[in-house]
Design a protein around this ligand. Structure first.
Ligand SMILES: [Zn+2]
Length: 274
């Protein structure tokens, strides 16, 4: 089963807060919600417990987007703080009952891709060890990023997923399209990406995949901004067809500014496919 939902609480949620967002997602007929913690995890344990209860009651599967202030390729001090932030994100995500959380791994800056890759791998191993010690089982998902200056190509996130236990990919197809200057935008390329994931990580990776998509604009330096699906050249119908044909299950988080409208458009389009 593929669950469709918004990144952050739906715009039409009548009052602030994740619990109200969960209720609204259910009213709309969506099946998942990504909690947007990009400016930090600002929530205590009691609130997390209430969110977990609300999500169970309304059968809304939760995921989380970790803070932007993470760079596993930075100085020792920055990496240490990034690791702590990721472990805290994992702790709170699991407490909310989320199955997965994603984040952007960092920036190449002056590093060679090989060195950046090595540092991220080391940082992720540290996070995985801490999660193991605390008995946390939420998926740690570095995201396929939208700019070539950001670490996180498809090959990099698959490599980390192969080598660090508990790490799996968050595949943002809109980012892949923007990052590649529009090269990844047809049924064939989407299918090849899914085959590559299955080939390197095995079938279970496609049975539980964390996916982002949405309309996007790009320039020579990759991602510019998220736009509504209908305002973008991104071929979401072909992507949905590829997901259907490969029998992919998991979460599809729509990052469009026209949040619930586009999440529902994706869900409807997918469900009508045979
Ligand atoms: Zn992201």
């Amino acid at each position: 089963m593929l669950r469709f939902g918004t990144s952050g609480i739906p715009l039409s949620t009548p009052r602030p807060g994740t619990e109200a967002g969960i209720r609204r997602a259910r009213e709309l007929g969506l099946d998942c919600l990504e909690m947007g913690w990009v400016n930090g995890v600002r929530m205590g344990e009691a609130a997390a417990d209430r969110i977990a209860g609300a999500a169970r009651a309304d059968d809304i599967a939760l995921t989380a987007h970790g803070p932007y202030y993470v760079n596993l390729c930075g100085s020792e001090e920055i990496v240490r703080r990034s690791r702590d932030r990721l472990v805290h994100t994992a702790r709170m995500a699991q407490r909310c009952g989320a199955g997965s959380f994603c984040f952007h791994a960092g920036f190449y800056q002056t590093l060679t891709p090989g060195e950046a890759d090595r540092r991220v791998r080391e940082g992720l191993s540290g996070v995985a060890d801490a999660l193991h010690r605390e008995g946390l089982r939420v998926d740690v998902r570095p995201e396929l990023t939208g700019k070539p200056t950001q670490v996180g190509s498809l090959d990099e996130i698959l490599g980390w997923s192969e080598s660090v236990p508990g790490v799996r990919p968050c595949v943002d197809f809109a980012h892949q399209y923007a990052r590649s200057g529009g090269a990844f935008n047809s049924y064939r390329e989407f299918g090849e990406t899914l085959e590559r994931i299955g080939g390197r990580l095995g079938r279970p990776a496609l049975d539980r995949l964390h996916i982002h998509m949405g309309g996007i604009e790009y320039g020579p330096r990759g991602e510019r901004r998220h736009v509504p699906l209908r305002a973008s050249q991104f071929r979401y119908r072909e992507l949905l067809r590829a997901l259907r044909d490969c029998r992919v299950s998991g979460w599809v988080v729509c990052e469009s500014p026209a949040m619930e409208e586009d999440a529902l458009l994706l869900q409807r389009t997918y469900r009508r496919m045979r």
